[in-house]
Ligand binder design. Structure first.
Ligand code: SF4
Length: 401
C-alpha cells in the first residue's frame, strides 16, 4: 500500500498537514494504513435482550442512498452493518437505494441489521408501510421495525403489541420498537414497563445524557433488556455562538488527535448502555471520520466531559431538549413547539433548509396561523433551556411557510 510504505512517520505527517486539520487527517491516515491487512471493523455491542450484537455505529439513511452506493459498500466493509432508514426518508429513495444495494450484494443481507420506520398511526397503515418497505428494499424481513416519532407511550397499546407479535410470527420483522424525538425520557420509562419493546431510538447526546431523568430512563430500559440506539448525537451541531468554551474544546480535542464531532460521539459511547449511535453519513469523509472515532480507543477524560457539559450549559438557549410536554402544556391551542424547533435545527444547524421546509409544511395551515398568534410567555418561563420560544416560532413561520 502506497501510504504504508512511505517512510514518513505519523508525527512528520501531522506536522506537514498542519495543526488545524490534524484530527481528520490523522484518522484517515490510520485507516488507510490498515488497508493492506484488510479493513478494521468497528466494534459491536449486545442489543438489549435480543441475543445479537450490532455495530456501535449505524448508517443513518435519511438521504437518497441510491446516490451513496460507494459509501454503503465501504460502510459494510468497515463493519458498519446496522443500517437505519424510514419509509418517508427522501420520499422513499432511501429505502429504494438500499434495495438497489441488496440486489447487487445479496450475500451481505444476513450481516446487515436493517431498521426501518413507519409514521402510520393505524394498524392497517403499519402493515401497508411494512410491506412497501420490504418491497422497496428487496428483502423478506426487517430486523427492527419502529413506529416513528412516538411522543407518548400511550401511542402504543395492546393492539400494537398483537400486531408486532403477528408480524414476528409471519417472519416479516424480527424485533419491534419505536423512535422518539420528544418526551424521550417519559417514553423510555413507559416502554421499560411494557415488556414487549425490543428497541428504542432516541435523541441522546452530551447535552441530554447527564440529567437524572435521562439517566433513570436509560437504566430502566437496560434493565428491561431494551436495545438503545442514540440519534442526534451532535447535540444540534454548531449552534452559532461565540462561546470561548467551544473554541477551547475544539483546540483541546485536536491536540488529542480527534475533532470535536468525534469527541461528541465518544461521549455517547462512553455509556455502555447505549448499544449504537445512528449517524447520517452522506459522504466518505464523514463515514471515515465516524469509523475512526469508533475504532479509536482513547477515552474522553473527566475534564473533557466537564468542558462538554460547560459548553452545553453556556449554549443551552440554542438547543431544544425535546421536553415537549413542558412547553406545549403551557400554551393555548395545539402548537407542536418541539417539532418546529427540530425544523429550525435542520435549517440552521444542519444546513438543510429543504428538509426543514418539507417537515414544516406538513403542519396544517390553521396550526401555522395559530403559531404567530399564540402567547408563549408561560412556556418560556417553564422551558428548562430558556429558549426564546415565541420569537423562534414566528421566525419558523416566516422562513418555512
Ligand atoms: S422549547 Fe423548551 S420546553 Fe419546549 S421542548 Fe424545547 S427545551 Fe423543552
Amino acid at each position: 500500500m502506497l501510504i504504508k510504505n512511505h517512510n514518513w512517520s505519523r508525527r512528520n505527517f501531522l506536522k506537514a498537514a498542519g495543526a488545524a486539520s490534524v484530527g481528520s487527517i490523522l484518522t484517515a491516515f490510520d485507516l488507510l494504513t490498515e488497508a493492506s491487512e484488510g479493513p478494521k471493523k468497528v466494534p459491536t455491542r449486545p442489543f438489549g435482550k435480543a441475543g445479537i450484537n450490532v455495530s456501535i455505529l449505524a448508517f443513518g439513511g435519511s438521504l437518497d442512498t441510491s446516490m451513496s452506493s460507494l459509501v454503503l459498500r465501504q460502510a459494510f466493509k468497515w463493519g458498519v452493518t446496522y443500517w437505519d432508514t424510514a419509509n418517508t426518508y427522501m420520499g422513499g429513495k432511501s429505502e429504494k437505494g438500499i434495495g438497489k444495494y441488496l440486489e447487487k450484494y445479496p450475500e451481505d443481507r444476513k450481516q446487515i441489521f436493517l431498521v426501518t420506520k413507519s409514521n402510520a398511526w393505524t394498524l392497517n397503515g403499519l402493515s401497508r408501510d411494512l410491506d412497501l418497505s420490504l418491497e422497496r428494499m428487496r428483502t423478506d424481513y426487517i430486523d427492527l421495525f419502529f413506529v416513528h416519532s412516538v411522543r407518548s407511550i400511550s401511542d402504543l397499546d395492546d393492539e400494537t403489541k398483537e400486531w408486532a407479535d403477528k408480524k414476528k410470527a409471519q417472519g416479516k420483522i424480527r424485533f419491534f420498537g419505536f423512535s422518539t424525538h420528544s418526551n424521550m425520557e417519559a417514553c423510555m420509562m413507559g416502554a421499560s414497563k411494557l415488556g414487549w419493546i425490543d428497541g428504542i431510538m432516541m435523541r441522546y447526546n452530551y447535552r441530554l445524557m447527564h440529567t437524572d431523568e435521562m439517566k433513570r430512563a436509560v437504566e430502566a430500559c437496560t434493565r428491561a433488556g431494551i436495545g438503545l440506539t442514540a440519534m442526534k448525537t451532535q447535540g444540534g451541531g454548531q449552534v452559532n455562538t461565540d462561546s470561548d468554551t467551544e473554541l477551547k474544546l475544539a483546540g483541546r480535542f485536536l491536540q488529542k488527535g480527534f475533532t470535536d464531532a468525534q469527541a461528541k460521539l465518544k461521549a455517547v459511547w462512553d455509556n455502555p448502555d447505549i448499544c449504537c449511535i445512528c449517524s447520517e453519513m452522506p459522504n466518505m469523509t464523514i463515514l471515515m471520520s465516524n469509523v475512526a472515532a469508533a475504532l479509536d480507543k482513547t477515552k474522553l477524560s473527566i475534564r473533557d466531559m466537564g468542558l462538554l457539559r460547560q459548553y452545553a450549559q453556556e449554549t443551552r438557549s440554542h438547543y431544544c431538549a425535546g421536553c415537549a410536554d413542558i412547553c406545549e402544556s403551557s400554551i393555548q391551542g395545539n402548537v407542536p413547539v418541539s417539532d418546529v424547533m427540530r425544523c429550525l435545527m435542520y435549517a440552521r444547524n444542519y444546513g438543510n433548509p429543504q428538509r426543514a421546509k418539507t417537515r414544516f409544511q406538513k403542519l396544517p395551515i390553521i396550526t401555522r396561523r395559530q403559531m404567530t398568534l399564540t402567547d408563549y410567555s408561560l412556556a418560556e418561563q417553564r422551558c428548562p433551556q430558556k429558549m426564546a420560544i415565541g420569537k423562534l416560532m414566528r421566525e419558523a413561520v416566516k422562513e418555512f411557510s
